[in-house]
Design a protein around this ligand. Structure first.
Ligand code: HDD
Length: 716
């Protein structure tokens, strides 16, 4: 599908993309070669032009092919390079896709931090953002139920700041030392390497039960957040507690949040399941094509700040990564915007080789004693060694845009050549001294520490269920229904009764009716009592229904217009033009990909329409909406086509906006005529459950229904 969208990109969008040349993009340009350069010729890696790269040098006669010669340096180099192409994939978050962009501020946070990137409103800080799934390997599918990574590298004037977050604000564990356990339990099981990219298996759920601290996070994992419609429609959270230090040397605790301009939207589970097979690259393509077409995704950037003096004012520990800071207690202050506006030039050297480290912070930002963050600060740095080698920070994508100078030297694949007679400090030349604070040197906050050396966590780290209940209570009824179904699906894939029975009992600590519904579905004793008194509180900002965009929009939404010979050209062209004008992406789906002819169109003089796809090549799951224009002959053909009927029925089942005109109205009604379903037929426009049909084209009503696509989904 990507290629079709790309071919329709306007020149304006292309030139807008070309103009996005941040400091980082310019730096990379100097390192970039263009394979399409007409003067380029194939050379060996050592620069010798080659005349033949297809035939190994061998001893041969006209009628006999003799042995290949080991002496052929060209053949050996080519095979040798190929043999070593792979590097270890990331041990988690192996599958991802990324883009370049910029970060700008509309409000300075100088009251709480001295960091230039968070105070200088005139700056444009280049960023590289990598999205990922967690559990699957590099070749797994995009739309599986999983947490999504949201890792941002800010190339600031004071050095790289890496904010390595997720699309969920909490985590499974409190202490980094448990990370290998939680990941081993989630990844394919060790004896048979099954299942791939799934949390629906015994070991994952066994771990969840054994670690009550994971309860809050597994409730998020069972929510719609883990089946996002698009990377462009997810929030991003730094998760861990960091600190900010201002010019006066005052310190506060902080959490970082990104909220998408397009709102937070998800698939329904059946769509996600099907797309995983139908188009495993769905999210990757979605991001790529949105950026290529000039529809740059944007997020508001916010901070939640707690002054040091209030550190102990909460009934949870603010350093516990399994807890959110409810917005009623700590409001989000939105101060900036992140925009993605440029796709990478090459996947491996950029998206694969980018390496993030939570330990990479810049002056004005600090760590906290969050025990998960402390361990992460060791792990990321360490993992890059096995993935990329000791000089990984010299790789183009990882290099800062500000000067780098120090006395670190050598190591495999060192690129930088540092001139001079000394490689240590202090030295007799005073060469490359440390920076003074007034020169922008990083100042460690002089925190007072006292305690007993022990393997323990503080008392407030012991409570695990309050926020799990808070999250569940805060869901809308459809979101609760989706969570119940998600738990039903996941535990159905666990065949060890002890696993699902224990989870049923854990759920009874959160909400008895949830536990009962799940137990009913998955088996085991039905819990009979609420195992912990409920607090019945809710908090804002947890339900994704709260993140509808301020201005509802259909921009970048994909609409399939289904036609066969004899379609109504006025209705077809009308809806296509209206959708395009509103920034949506209409696609023509024909009964074949060869030309389709409109009603009354003369095949000798007419142009016909070449559809983007045919009905068997795509599925309704890949679109946000389906539209069927009238035309007696077209509808007669479609009515006899099982796949066409399935398209509409399936879109209806997935609660998508469906539109039709003229004869298409009856076709849609018949296809959607499910038991218990009724349509209001008053007036011209029929509008029920997101289905809009009209005798004539009614683009406005259809667009409204499409804007409400998520609203329609809320009827489940
Ligand atoms: Fe992690 C990768 C996010 C806890 C150890 N993590 C990784 C990536 C993201 C996160 C988005 C992919 C980065 C990329 O695109 O290259 N991780 C998180 C979040 C966590 C978290 C939000 C909880 C707050 N991680 C965590 C812990 C540890 C790790 C506690 C180890 C103690 N994470 C890693 C890693 C990875 C990684 C093994 C694999 C590849 C990499 O680092 O660069 O070191």
């Amino acid at each position: 599908m990507a290629s079709t969208i790309l071919s329709s990109i306007s020149d304006t969008a292309k030139s807008a993309m070309g103009s996005e040349r941040s400091k980082k993009v310019q730096q990379l340009a100097a390192e970039t070669k263009d394979v399409h350069d007409k003067s380029a010729r194939i050379t060996t890696d050592y620069g010798v032009k080659q005349t033949n790269t297809d035939d190994w040098l061998r001893v041969a006669t006209e009628d006999k092919t003799g042995p290949s010669l080991l002496e052929d340096p060209f053949a050996r180099e080519k095979i040798h390079r190929f043999d070593h192409e792979r590097i270890p994939e990331r041990v988690v978050h192996a599958r991802g896709s990324a883009a370049f962009g910029k970060f700008t501020l509309f409000e300075s946070a100088s009251d709480v931090t001295s960091a230039g990137v968070l105070t200088d409103t005139s700056r444009e800080t280049p960023v590289f953002l990598r999205f990922s799934t967690v559990l699957g390997s590099r070749g797994s599918a995009d739309t599986v139920r999983d947490v999504r990574g949201f890792a941002v590298k800010f190339y600031t004037d004071e050095g790289n700041w890496d904010l390595v977050g997720n699309n969920i604000p909490v985590f499974f564990i409190q202490d980094a030392m448990k990370f290998p356990d939680v990941i081993h339990a989630g990844k394919p099981e060790p004896h048979n390497e099954i299942p791939q990219a799934q949390s629906a298996h015994n070991n994952f759920w066994d771990f969840q039960y054994m670690h009550p601290e994971a309860t809050h996070m597994f409730m998020w994992a069972m929510s719609d957040r883990t089946i996002p419609r698009s990377y462009r429609m997810m929030q991003g959270f730094g998760v861990n507690t960091f600190t900010l230090i201002n010019d006066k040397g005052e310190r506060s605790f902080v959490k970082f949040i990104f909220t998408p301009e397009l709102g937070v939207h998800s698939f329904v589970w059946d769509e996600a399941l099907k797309i995983a097979g139908q188009d495993p690259d769905f999210h990757r393509k979605d991001l790529w094509t949105a950026i290529e077409s000039g529809a740059f995704p944007k997020w508001k950037f916010g901070i939640q700040v707690i002054p040091e003096s209030k550190e102990n004012d909460f009934d949870f520990d603010i350093l516990d990564a399994t807890k959110v800071w409810p917005e009623e207690l700590v409001p989000i202050r939105y101060i900036g915007q992140l925009e993605l506006n440029r796709n990478p030039d090459e996947f491996f050297t950029q998206t694969e080789q980018v390496a993030f480290c939570t330990s990479h912070i810049v002056p004005g930002i600090g760590f906290s004693d969050d025990p998960l963050l402390q361990g992460r600060n060791f792990s990321y740095f360490d993992t890059q060694l096995s993935r990329l080698g000791i000089n990984w920070q010299e790789l183009p994508i990882n290099r800062p845009v500000c000067p780098v100078m120090n006395h670190n030297r050598d190591g495999a694949m060192r690129h930088t050549i540092t001139k001079g007679k000394v490689n240590y400090w202090p030295n007799r030349f005073e060469a490359a001294p440390p920076a003074k604070p007034e020169e922008g040197g990083y100042l460690d906050y002089p925190a007072k520490i006292a305690g007993i050396k022990a393997r323990t966590r503080s008392k407030k780290f012991q409570e695990h269920i309050n926020q799990a209940e808070l999250f569940y209570n805060s869901m809308s009824p459809p979101e609760k229904a989706h969570m119940t179904a998600a738990l039903g699906f996941e535990l159905d894939h666990c065949d060890d009764p002890v696993v699902y029975e224990r989870i049923n009992s854990r759920l009874a600590e959160i909400d008895l009716s949830l536990a009962q519904s799940v137990a009913e579905m998955v088996g085991g004793d039905i819990p009979q009592e609420q195992k912990r008194p409920k607090h019945n509180q809710t908090a804002k900002g947890l339900s994704q229904t709260e993140y509808a965009p301020a201005e509802p929009t259909i921009a970048t939404r994909m609409v399939a217009i289904i036609i066969a010979d004899g379609y109504d050209a006025i209705a077809y062209n009308g809806i296509k033009a209206a959708l395009t004008a509103a920034g949506a992406l209409p696609f023509t789906i024909g009964v074949r990909r060869n030309k389709i002819w409109a009603a009354g169109e003369d095949k000798n003089t007419g142009k016909g329409v070449v559809p983007d796809h045919h009905l068997e090549g795509m599925r309704s799951t890949m679109f946000d909406s389906v539209f069927v224009p009238g035309g007696a002959k077209s509808i007669e053909t479609l009515s006899k086509n099982g796949r066409a009927i399935h398209w509409v029925r399936e879109a209806f089942g997935h609660l998508k906006a469906i539109g039709a005109t003229g004869e298409g109205v009856k076709f849609v009604r018949d296809a959607c005529d499910l038991p218990g379903m009724s349509f209001s037929t008053s007036g011209d426009v029929v509008d029920s459950y997101g289905v809009v049909t009209a005798a004539k084209v009614q683009p406005e009503s259809f667009k409204e229904a499409l804007k409400m696509a998520k609203g329609a989904k809320d009827f489940v």
